[in-house]
Structures are given as structure tokens and as C-alpha cells.
Design a protein around this ligand. Structure first.
Ligand SMILES: Cc1ncc(COP(=O)(O)O)c(C=O)c1O
Length: 363
């Protein structure tokens, strides 16, 4: 069979290893496995979400409300935008896919920072597009502007805070990039971890409303991180209604399940849970900074729910990640991103104790 030739250039996205796999491969008890690899919320999800899922469990035979009216209503209140400026996806991942399909083809180019969320590249490659990257992993305005002017990409991705590095771009710099781009180029501001960045430093807060006056900018957000709904797969894109209505043409019907929809609506009603998660996170991340300093490990100042440790040449991140895995501690090796580094999701106090104990032994 002859497959589409673009598939030859695509490496399948490798998600963080699930607990079940570590149990199977290393014979470790599930309760002894600590998963700090996928930037999930370590305290779980709001009890209101759990209750909403239980309450909706008897509706499995019914298609969900395809208008997603209630969820859009909750989001439009949260962000002070209109419902027709919102598109919901099965994770913000699905909105990224709509964006790529709507804009890219074999003649087009995307521009991203050197190290950023892998799906931008994968979706671009699926469309046969070319990927241009800045030299730095940080989103440096001069690098973006220079490469934008040279290549006139169809999409510019600004991932702030950035995954997998954890750094963020100030609102001022994000708008410098947006203002340097003309209306033929879409700027995607991916704020998957925005709740953490804005709690750390208000200068990093970008809201969907901030970008609405631009016809060529879309803001992406997710329920997978601070809201604790990684398993439910709900994300959103917010932009002017003309842009959103184009993306709608690519949306499959019922793209969010009944339970996911109910979970996301309930999550919108429990901001206290989000604040509690963020408070716990900031208490715990200081321990990671202290551990790094005590062990001479370089780290990137994090604006997310994870931290990136960069190792000296005498140490090898793949080896460290693999040793940790054999002890039942799952972290993300960044060797495939060209970095001798690991990305660790900040867990609960107990999970972090375990990480420090095992990492100290490996080092
Ligand atoms: C920067 C960034 N954008 C988007 C996503 C996709 O999130 P989801 O599809 O779970 O909403 C992720 C997930 O890790 C991410 O890190």
C-alpha cells in the first residue's frame, strides 16, 4: 500500500510512559510508581468534577450536546468573550490540528522556537509544511522578527509558558512579536500553562480578551493542567468569530464526550480547586530549586507545573531517566529535543520526596 508521502517525515508522538507500562515492564507495584512525566495535576481533580462525572454516567447512550452551550457560556463568562469566539477541542491538541489543517499545505511554513511543544511540528508535517525554528528555546523577539521577515510563515507559534522548557515570554514581548506580523500570518498563543505563569508574575499574563482585537491571533487554553482534567481531553481556542467559524468547518461532530463536557463545566465552577493546586505547586517547586542548587544541577526558572533540569556533559539525561524509570519514577527525558535535560512534573510532597531520594542515588 502506498501511504501519503508526508508520513515518511513524521516521528510518532511519544507520550509520557503510563503507570501500567512500568508495572508490567519492571514488576513494580502500581502504588510504588510515581508518574511525574506528563504535567498532570498531582492532586487530581475537583470533587465537583468527580460528582458531575458520576451524575452523567447514566447518559452514555446519548450523544452529547454538540452546541456545548453550557461550557462555552462558562468560558465566555470567565474570559469576558462571546460564545461565538470559542471553539472546544478534544484537548487543545485538537484545536492545534484544526489550525494546521485550516492554514497549511506543502508550500507553507511555520515558525516556532527551537524547543517547544512537539505537536506544532507533527501537525505541520502532516500537511507537508516546512518548519523553521529560532536558534533559542526562549521566544526572543529579534529572532522571531528576523525569521518572520525572511520566511513569511503561515503560522507563528508562541508557547508561553513554554513546554518542555518551562520558561515564559512576557506579555510585552508576545505583543512585540504579534505586532511585527501581518494579517496573512496566524499567531497562535498557546497558554496551556498560563494559570501557573500568571500566578507567579502578572507580567506574563495574557488573556484571550487581550488578543481579540487582532484578526490573526488565536489563544489556546486547556483543562488538562491546572484544572486537573488531562484524562477528559478538553481544550479550547478563542479568537474573533470569523476565524473560529473557519475552524468549525473542520470539527467532527460530538468531538467532546458527554462525560468530558460535564467534567469541564463542573471544573469551571470550582476556581478554589485551581487556586489550591497552584498554591501547592509553588510550595513544592521551591524544593526542586533547592535540590538543584544542592546538587549543582542547572535548572530553567519555571512558570509551569514542571521544572527542567539541565545536566553537565559528564551526565547523561537518557541514562538518568532510564535509571529512575527502573525505580518506578517516571520523568521525561528531553534528549529527543536535543537537550541533555529531564523535565519533571512537580508532584505532591510525597511524590517529590521519592523523586529526590531516587535522583540523589542515581546522581
Ligand atoms: C504547550 C502545550 N500545548 C498544548 C497541549 C495539549 O494539551 P491538551 O491537548 O491536553 O489540552 C499541551 C499538553 O501537554 C502543552 O504542553
Amino acid at each position: 500500500m502506498r501511504f501519503n508521502k508526508v508520513l515518511d517525515g513524521i516521528k510518532t508522538y511519544e507520550a509520557g510512559k503510563p503507570i501500567e507500562l512500568v508495572v508490567r515492564e519492571y514488576g513494580i507495584k502500581p502504588t510504588d510508581v510515581v508518574k511525574l512525566a506528563s504535567n498532570e495535576n498531582p492532586i487530581g481533580t475537583s470533587p465537583k468534577v468527580t460528582q458531575a462525572i458520576i451524575d452523567n454516567a447514566t447518559k452514555a447512550h446519548l450523544y452529547p450536546d454538540d452546541s456545548m452551550f453550557e461550557l462555552k457560556d462558562a468560558l465566555s463568562k470567565r474570559f469576558d468573550v462571546n460564545s461565538d469566539q470559542i471553539i472546544i477541542g478534544a484537548g487543545s491538541d485538537q484545536v492545534l490540528e484544526f489550525i494546521s489543517r485550516a492554514l497549511l499545505d506543502e508550500d507553507s511554513t511555520i515558525l516556532t522556537s527551537a524547543v517547544t511543544f512537539a505537536m506544532y511540528d507533527i501537525y505541520a508535517k502532516q500537511m507537508g509544511a516546512t518548519i523553521i525554528k529560532t536558534p533559542s528555546y526562549e521566544h526572543k523577539v529579534d529572532e522571531f522578527v528576523e525569521l518572520y521577515n525572511k520566511h513569511k510563515p503561515k503560522i507563528v507559534y508562541i508557547c508561553t509558558p513554554n513546554n518542555p522548557t518551562g520558561d515564559a515570554t512576557s506579555k510585552e514581548d508576545v505583543f512585540k512579536i504579534i505586532d511585527a506580523v501581518d494579517s496573512d500570518t496566524l499567531v497562535v498563543v498557546d497558554g496551556a500553562y498560563m494559570e501557573y505563569a500568571s500566578s507567579k508574575d502578572g507580567r506574563y499574563l495574557i488573556t484571550p480578551k487581550d488578543i481579540l482585537e487582532y484578526e490573526n491571533v488565536i489563544y489556546l487554553g486547556t483543562f488538562s493542567k491546572a484544572y486537573g482534567l488531562g484524562g477528559m481531553r478538553v481544550g479550547y481556542g478563542i479568537a474573533n468569530s470569523a476565524l473560529i467559524s473557519q475552524l468549525y468547518k473542520l470539527r467532527p461532530p460530538f468531538n467532546i464526550s458527554t462525560l468530558s463536557l460535564a467534567a469541564a463545566i463542573a471544573a469551571c465552577g470550582d476556581e478554589e480547586f485551581v487556586q489550591e493546586s497552584i498554591k501547592l505547586h509553588f510550595e513544592q517547586i521551591t524544593r526542586y530549586e533547592e535540590f538543584a542548587k544542592a546538587n549543582n544541577i542547572e535548572y530553567i526558572d519555571s512558570y509551569t507545573n514542571f521544572i527542567t533540569y539541565i545536566f553537565a556533559d559528564t551526565q547523561n539525561s537518557s541514562h538518568i531517566a532510564s535509571e529512575l524509570l527502573q525505580k518506578g519514577v517516571i520523568v521525561r527525558d528531553l534528549a529527543s529535543y536535543g537537550m541533555n535535560a529531564i523535565r519533571i512534573t512537580v508532584g505532591t510532597a510525597k511524590q517529590n520526596d521519592r523523586l529526590f531520594e531516587e535522583l540523589a542515588k542515581v546522581l
